[in-house]
Structures are given as C-alpha cells and as structure tokens.
Design a protein around this ligand. Sequence first.
Ligand code: PEP
Length: 249
Amino acid sequence: MVRKLAAGNWKMNGTGASLPEVEALKAALSEPSVDVLICPPATMLSRLSDALDGSAIVTGGQDCHAAGSGAHTGDISADMLRDAGATHVILGHSERRTDHGESDADVRAKAKSAIAAGLRAVICVGETLGEREAANTLSIIGGQLAGSVPDLVTADRLVIAYEPVWAIGTGKVPTTDQIGEVHDFIRAELEKRFGSGVGRSVPILYGGSVKGSNAAKIFAVSNVNGALVGGASLKAADFLPIVEALQAS
Ligand code: PEP
C-alpha cells in the first residue's frame, strides 16, 4: 500500500509575508487523507514548522549537506533540518544538479546522511529534453536511481520524484503515456533492487508544471502516487485543488 503525497517546493521564494498561505492550508486541510508536505527556503523552515504545529501538514528542506557538521560555510546539515522541524528533505532536484553540479554520488551521500538523521529523502530524477529526444529517458532514469538512492532504505525513509527537466516551470507536461512509462519503470526498478515489500511501498511523485487543471489526469496514471509541485505550491488557492485532486484519486 503506497501512501499518497502532495509536496510543495517553494524553491527560493517565500518570506514572513508567505505565512498566511500556510495558515490557509492548515485551515483547509484539518484531516487530509493524503500526506501533505511543504518545503520552504531554509530561512522559513522553523517558522513554517511552528505555524503548522498540531496540523497534519509537515515541512521539509530543499537540500542538505552530506556531513553532519563542520567547515561548510552556507550549508545545512540533516540534523539542522530536523532541529528546524523538518521531516523530509528534497535531494537531487534538477536545479541543484545543474546550478551546483551535484552528481548522483553527491545525492546518494546526502540521502544517507538525511536517512541517518531520521528524515525522509525525496530523491529527484529526470531527463533533459535532449535525452528524451535521443530515446535515452529510461536509461538516464535507471542510472540516476542506481546512483542516487542509497542501498539501505526502508519505504518510510524514501520518496522518488520523477521530474522531467524540460517540464519544470515551463508549462510543458509529458503525455500520460510518457509519465506512465517512466513511473512503471521506476516501480519495477525499486522492486528489483529492494524487493516487493519496500519496492511497492515507496511513493513515486510526478513533478513538472502540475496545476489544479491537470492534476486529476496525472493522478489517474499508473504508479503516480502524488506530485512534487513548484510554482503552484506558493499560493494556497493554487495548491489546494492539487491536494484535493490527489485525495479524490
Ligand atoms: C519543481 O520545482 O519541483 C517543479 C516541479 O516545479 P513546477 O511545478 O513549477 O514545474
């Protein structure tokens, strides 16, 4: 049984002025039938965790360092995220892979550290447009999974997010057949590597231009267990219809 998850990635957006959006989510989602996660910038994590205390909505970081502590100016450890109230951390987002040159090995090391700290790692994979056009999508995704996901995982410590790089923030969405092909492939890879118990229980999210208007169609695709949402997670009025579509799926 896979527990569904609607996750919001605020990226480098959000200040104290965004707190009313979170209060609105809290008021509207008193007993959600799916998991709901918001990943704000690190500066907002404690404030969101406090604002959401007592609600079913949890918070997460957008990255962590692989080391527990030390001379890494500007970085944040998994323990620090936990201390700020996080239960999850997004790792290997394509913007981190591109902007910061993060490799699969880097993502794997971060995931190990996050899991050891008691966080659930939301590990992102996804092909570029060039890789899709060259018919390399599944081999790219297979390689990213093999390289980024650590060996020792239990289902409650891992989420996979399939985010085609060309669909992030562009308004372009793959066809439901394209999404289904990749999600079925990811499920099969997880089962092959971790056995059917763990492999069938890890949520696989789709991410890339999800909106209230396309969410129901995406959630009807096989092995889509939720969404990782960027732009449409910033406003409660945009994010709530996505959560509602997931609850109805
Ligand atoms: C993301 O950043 O993870 C994302 C999916 O962004 P958007 O929903 O804006 O495409």
